[in-house]
Design a protein around this ligand. Structure first.
Ligand code: NAG
Ligand code: NAG
Ligand code: NAG
Ligand code: NAG
Ligand code: NAG
Ligand code: NAG
Length: 475
């Protein structure tokens, strides 16, 4: 009997010993994956922590809202002591909205997926933006999944780790008009300086994906952003009233604009008066069958100026770099420089819209006309195109200083007869086929439209190589 028992407990002991060992091995393996890696960032951090140290459970089912909050509340204290990084290790981490802090890096491992909660109660209600007056879908706004305001030096990066917004429920509710507030974005950073968002894959956002607003010194790099092309408002990246912005090496598939440059809406944006300026976009690949590769507007009431875009590839998109504005917007779009665009299967290569509707309310100013000037496009090759250009200025408010040079457009099998449809625009073209409209006549001599030679300040910012090394607790 006694012998029997002790054998049993011995067996149990061995089994539990093996279990303990196995789990140790598993943990060590997780640690080993994470033992050390390098990543580029505007600033490296002195302190590191793993989400699992704050109760995080990466099973795809448990909520990590509290773990993120506890972790970031704890790491906040290091802002004045070299900063901190929070590592999201391999696993599936379901969470509601959480807030970032200054001198902070959120690092999402390549095998980590942050899953956005589908519960409205997991997203606090936040006030509308001052430059918009109200939410874009509704009166107020749900906070974005990852939110930050009034920060200095914040980095969201990873080895191509994933943030999945699980947007389906939000798209359905929006279509059924069941939401009173504007859907959450995946990442929104407000009133912040020194922002880096890089090397992540964003999937199925409820609405816009990345929204830096009232920020300066913003670097967005190496992003893959994917949404079904038939769902509403899943814009890729929306720099909004921001200065010194660099967007590079992104691949975006969206039901809305791949990049939409904005600066506030009608009377609210005019009053707030903060432009988006000094921005460069390069090496972007976009698929956007119903929208623009790069939209300037439609909300541009604080102004948009000095935007450069180059090395842009578009496939199956509605238009290239499109200006969207209308009476009531006020503001301006000026000093826009685009070169080296390659496009295939496009409805419009060039599109400017001067009668874009959509007003926040009926108090918009009928006299607030936008000023559109000095818009330059060169080195554009497009094939399988339906319309070369549709350029609609505003009656009594011509769009001026348009320059288009070195453009080859090959048309689809059934092209429209009027290839260049221009009204209320003024400018010049050179080496453009098919031939442009009378309002944009060929230049007398040789002409290459301007693309500035100088660098923007943000282009001079060098990233540091940061090294993460697992703490000494394990192994
Ligand atoms: C994040 O900060 C904003 C603004 O301070 C606040 O309204 C919101 O409730 C915070 N979100 C969370 C999840 O705590
Ligand atoms: C954030 O900055 C803005 C603009 O400077 C300011 O109006 C606002 O009060 C600040 N908010 C917080 C929570 O500090
Ligand atoms: C990142 O992941 C996405 C989705 O899996 C993939 O399509 C893309 O090629 C990856 N990017 C890089 C740079 O590895
Ligand atoms: C992004 O990933 C690429 C390829 O892995 C790497 O070369 C690059 O330095 C990374 N950049 C940033 C800003 O994370
Ligand atoms: C050309 O464009 C049309 C739409 O205008 C599209 O249906 C067709 O598939 C495209 N052809 C190729 C070869 O991409
Ligand atoms: C040309 O553009 C004008 C103004 O937008 C529009 O009314 C007209 O229908 C267009 N013409 C053709 C043939 O597409």
């Amino acid at each position: 009997m006694g012998f029997h028992l002790s054998t049993k407990s011995h067996v149990l002991g061995v089994v539990s010993g093996i279990l303990v060992l196995l789990s140790l091995v598993a943990e060590c393996r997780a640690e080993r994956i994470l033992k050390s890696f390098d990543y580029p960032a505007i600033n490296c951090r002195k302190h590191s922590a793993l989400l699992t140290e704050f109760g995080g459970i990466g099973d795809g089912k448990s909520s990590n809202t509290k773990a993120f909050k506890t972790a970031i509340d704890h790491l906040k204290q290091f802002a004045t002591d070299g900063g901190a990084e929070l590592i999201v290790p391999p696993g599936k981490w379901l969470t509601g909205s959480f807030n970032l802090t200054s001198r902070f890096t959120l690092y999402i491992h390549k095998d980590a997926v942050i899953l956005g909660s589908q519960e409205e109660s997991d997203y606090p209600h936040i006030p509308p933006l001052p430059s918009y007056g109200k939410g874009r879908d509704g009166a107020g706004r749900f906070s974005s999944l990852i939110f930050g305001t009034n920060l200095t030096d914040v980095v969201i990066t990873g080895g191509n780790g994933t943030i999945n917004g699980q947007g389906r429920v939000w798209w359905d509710k929006f279509k059924q008009k069941k939401l009173v507030d504007t859907r959450p974005y995946l990442i929104e950073i407000l009133f912040s300086n020194q922002v880096q968002i890089s090397n992540l894959t964003l999937i199925d956002s409820p609405s816009w994906n990345v929204h830096p607003v009232y920020c300066s010194n913003v670097i967005i790099q190496g992003m893959t952003i994917l949404a079904p092309v038939d769902v509403p408002n899943t814009d890729g990246i929306n720099p909004d009233s921001c200065a010194n912005v660099k967007i590079e090496d992104c691949y975006i598939v969206s039901g809305d604009d791949c990049i939409a440059v904005k600066s506030g809406w009608d009377q609210y944006g005019i009053k707030y008066g903060v432009p988006t300026r000094d921005m460069v976009i390069r090496r972007l690949t976009c698929i956007s069958p119903d929208s623009a590769v790069i939209a300037l507007g439609s909300e541009m009431s604080g102004g948009i100026k000095n935007v450069r875009a180059e090395d842009i590839t578009a496939i199956n998109s509605q238009s290239g770099v499109r200006i969207k504005t209308g009476v009531g917007r006020g503001g301006y779009v000026k000093d826009i420089y685009v070169r080296k665009m390659t496009m295939k299967t496009m409805k419009y290569v060039f599109w400017m819209t001067g009668d874009y509707g959509s007003h926040p309310d009926d108090k918009w100013d009928r006299k607030a006309i936008p000023k559109i000037e000095n818009i330059n496009y060169r080195e554009v090759v497009a094939e399988n195109v339906t319309y070369s250009a549709r350029l609609d200025g505003i009656s009594g408010d011509k769009f001026t200083g348009i320059c288009i040079s070195d453009v080859t457009i090959r048309l689809t099998q059934k092209p429209k007869e009027l290839q260049w449809n221009c009204t209320n625009v003024e400018g010049v073209t050179s080496q453009v086929t098919p031939q442009s409209c009378d309002l944009l006549p060929p230049s007398k001599g040789p002409l290459q439209c301007t693309f500035p030679e100088n660098q923007l300040p943000i282009e001079g910012v060098k990233l540091k190589t940061c090294s993460y090394t697992a703490s000494k607790k394990m192994m």
